[in-house]
Design a protein around this ligand. Sequence first.
Ligand SMILES: *Cc1c(COP(=O)(O)O)cnc(C)c1O
Length: 451
Amino acid sequence: MDHQIGGKSLTEWERMNPIVKKIEAGSEVLWLNPHYGEQGADFVSGQDVADAESRLQRFASYFSAAFPETRASRGRIESPIYALPKLQAFLGEFGDTSISGRLMMKADSELPISGSIKARGGIYEVLKTAEQLAMSAGLLRETDDYAKLAEKSFRTFFSYYSIAVGSTGNLGLSIGIVGATLGFHTTVHMSADASQWKKEMLREKGAIVKEYEADYSVAITEGRRQAAQDPRCHFIDDENSKDLFVGYATAGNRLKKQFADAAISVDSDHPLFVYLPCGVGGGPAGVTFGLKQAFGSHVHAFFVEPTRAPCFLLGLLTGLNDQVSVRDFGLDNRTAADGLAVPRPSAFAGKAAGHLISGCMTVSDERLFQYLKALKDTENHWIEPSAAAGIIGSQMLLGSRAGQHYLAEHQLTDKMINATHLFWATGGGMVPEKNKKAYYAQASRVRPISD
Ligand SMILES: *Cc1c(COP(=O)(O)O)cnc(C)c1O
């Protein structure tokens, strides 16, 4: 059946780019982005990101007051970086390729409050909404101590408003927890792929969970429609939100500071490669935008998606962004990586950061479990399956012809000995103990890496 996708038949797409057939077959691929380095449109500015950082700073005293786990970091929500020498040695010995340079992890799985990358964008947009409402009611000024937002009078004020969001799970958790703590009515529209425990946890936190027997695109469309009928409801739109994007982007300068403190160089002789698990694309695109502001051309960002849900790759490859679905290419969007089970990419992310992304990779579910187990066994770090996607990055870059081509094209081949490979561990901090055991047991049943 040769249907039309953006005015071309499937056969035409296959003929134009041989990688398309491999993607349809569910193979793991590395696709290099031909638009990398082009001039992009100005959807987001450095000033937008600086404003977001200032806003987070203003809210630091609120977090210290309302979330005791943030007191140690004085109300800052940030995650550690870890070197992974044992995992690097293990992958070198038993994996496909030995890894030159240094393998590291950005542990967003340990971000306070919600244990995933969504604690960056999702929480930020809730804060911005709360601040605007309180300011326009004359209850708050920028120079105030924001700790007062934890007082009962503010909870009552916010209870007249609602926040809604469509989510595969983690975005709902971030927004549900912070929204409900501030006092908002919070509704989370969840796709069928979302884990049961995430739904249960959200209900416990006081959020309303609406479940859909359909995928993420349907859940978000329905959520958006319902929210539009209520003028006191703010819908956090994962497919279109600039606020989410700039919240994620604040990660760039923070990582720069962390690297400086750890004496890790990023410059023309010390390239940085970052591998970001990608669902709808907003999180990784926002982070990439921030990284480019912090490190310029010395950082190279690759997105990683499940082989059966490579929506961002297809959005960039076809140039159709949100007008393409993985189903158009015969893929079913079924994956154990619940946070990445998204059939259609964010249009905003593609437009705002499509030119900043070096390439996209895909990874099989089997490998996600191998990696989850390997990271636990060698380094004793726990992550969820979605978050393990980035571990394929350095292997794929160094071990594929496309990767070698990229390195040669950017005069990086002889600098790889000095490279830092940072896989962004996007989540896992909220997984209950019994689900961790189940994931680990599942990982113990898949073919081991050493086979
Ligand atoms: C949401 C999520 C991502 C990807 O973020 P998108 O904005 O959907 O691309 C990656 N990993 C985890 C664990 C997530 O929850």
